[in-house]
Design a protein around this ligand. Structure first.
Ligand code: XMP
Length: 505
């Protein structure tokens, strides 16, 4: 990878966004834990170091600490929120303790303008403590209307109380770019997929000893597809054993279509038809976590049979998962078991290779383009491993799956017809196994409910529901109720994430 920025994570939920924004600006950036060793940080030869925000108070003994002088001897520093307070405190400033956190929009006034002609700016903040007095050598840069210090600088240090990385802060990208150019003397970044593709390929070659084989289970999604193609370019097709399983939980015609795309990519792929095995194992099961566990177990049994002489397992783990596991807050509670990555290689007794673990989803899509994957494969909406089993609420059987498949097919067809598919991050139907009364023709009907879900998102970590036009919803509901026997009512899900999750189970 190119030389870039190191971001030290003090536990903010926005740390990954700092990395993302810097990469969008063309600078390679990497998140490390706040207590990463000095030697390891030095070995990266960073252009600059960013100290992230975090939920703790610098004034608490137990809060995460780091010597600012040691860090600034390596590279210029940018402190954000908690990072700013840590710098101010260690450099001789005073902090004011607060027991309450303030968060939301604020307006700040620049005393010294960093961006030409920008005197006031709308920013987003989330903080408890504040700076009462600046360190002796610091220069005030901005305040808010209540005289809260919102930015300062000192030799090779820039610090913001607000979060330049979140989209609610105006010109946040320009401020990060200012730090990169003016403090770190970095010219326009050269982080691009072209520049890292060759690196990724040579890393794979180094990681996998000659003659060893890699097992790669494909899901039809962009992450596993790009992983397989990248591995095949690095090692040659014969050393990458790919498997695509028909779980019987895929959408209409999905198995055939995806399998054809894989064949046209010339992957060494085997299709495994296992519909009966999955449905038998799921028979009578209604609990979502049980469903996930059962499906995971059946997958493992199939993989054990198929992996033959492979010693390595490829996974399409992405950077947000890696960052999540670094957080000083720990891994937290399990909302859904798929968020706990890493169990599979242990169960299969294979060594893990994760070629995409430094990339964000949009970077993976770009990489996919440069590896000649078709647009249909690259731009497919994410689809969960347990498939329709977690969209068919309650018991899963072929009768229910058929209803769900038909409704979902109509929905996706309408999205494509109306040029909406690519504007939406993920869209699908959920079958609610409750009967409601209606009238179809001249008689009373008593049939189940389909809920339609469509969300916009950057990474699936947060999401908003998509504002369809009235006519789109009218036509969709009319088609589903008329064309899918067994469905008597259509509802639209208007829940954002959080508090909802994207899938219903
Ligand atoms: P949630 O529902 O957690 O979903 O907001 C976030 C993203 O993850 C997908 N998802 C899964 N993917 N196995 C997977 O491989 C699962 O068990 C699973 N559950 C949810 C979901 O479709 C969304 O893109």
């Amino acid at each position: 990878m190119n030389r870039g920025f190191v971001i030290l994570d003090f536990g903010s939920q926005y740390t990954w966004l700092i990395a993302r924004r810097l990469r969008e600006l063309g600078y390679y950036s990497e998140v490390l834990s706040y207590n990463e060793s000095l030697e390891s940080i030095k070995s990266k030869e960073p252009l600059g170091i960013v100290l992230s925000g975090g939920p703790s108070s610098v004034l608490d003994n137990s809060s995460p600490k780091r010597s600012v002088d040691e860090l600034s001897s390596i590279a210029p520093l940018l402190g954000i929120c908690y990072g700013m307070q840590l710098i101010a405190f260690q450099k001789g400033g005073k902090l004011l303790k607060s027991f309450q956190r303030t968060y939301g929009h604020n307006e700040i006034y620049w005393e010294k303008q960093l961006i030409p002609k920008l005197k006031t700016q709308k920013v987003w903040m989330s903080h408890g403590d504040s700076i009462q007095s600046l360190p002796p050598q610091a220069q005030l840069l901005s305040k808010d209307s209540k005289s809260l210090i919102t930015a300062f600088c000192m030799d090779k240090i820039l610090a913001f109380q607000f979060h330049p990385e979140v989209s609610h802060t105006e010109h946040g990208g320009k401020l990060l770019d200012f730090f990169a150019k003016e403090y770190c003397k970095s010219s326009k970044g050269n982080h691009s997929i072209g520049s890292i593709k060759e690196n990724l390929i040579s890393n794979i070659k180094q990681q996998i000893p000659e003659k060893e084989k890699v097992f790669c289970a494909l899901s039809g999604g962009v992450d596993s597809s790009v992983t397989a193609v990248l591995l095949s370019s690095a090692l040659g097709t014969n050393r990458v054993n790919c498997v695509f399983v028909d779980t019987g939980l895929l959408r209409s015609d999905e198995y055939e279509e995806v399998f054809e795309s894989y064949k046209s990519l010339k992957l060494n792929i085997k299709g495994v038809k296992a519909e009966k095995t999955f449905l038998q194992a799921l028979s009578g099961v209604t609990d979502p976590e049980q469903k996930r566990k059962i499906i995971g177990k059946v997958f493992i049994d199939i993989f054990k049979k198929e992996m033959k002489d492979c010693k390595y397992l490829a996974q399409g783990t992405l950077y947000p998962d890696v960052i999540e596991s670094l957080s000083p807050k720990g891994s937290g509670v399990t909302i859904k078991s798929h968020h706990n990555v890493g169990a599979l290689p242990k169960k299969l007794n294979l060594k893990l290779i994760e070629p995409l673990r430094d990339l964000f989803k949009d970077e993976v899509r770009e990489l996919g383009k440069s590896l000649a994957l078709s647009n249909t494969l690259i731009n497919r909406h994410p689809f969960p491993g347990p498939g329709l089993a977690i969209r068919c609420l309650g018991e899963v059987n072929s009768y229910q799956l058929e209803i769900l498949r038909k409704a979902d097919h109509i929905y996706i067809e309408e999205l494509r017809k109306n040029n909406l598919y690519d504007k939406i991050w993920q869209a699908f139907c959920v079958l609610i196994p409750l009967k409601t009364v209606g009238v179809k023709g001249d008689s009373r009907s008593y049939e189940q409910i389909i809920s339609v879900r469509a969300i916009t998102s950057k990474d699936g970590m947060t999401a908003d529901w998509f504002p369809f036009s009235e006519s789109f919803l009218q036509n969709l509901s009319c088609r589903i109720v008329n064309e899918v026997s067994g469905v008597g009512r259509v509802v639209y899900d208007i829940t954002s994430k959080p508090p909802g999750t994207i899938e219903w189970e």
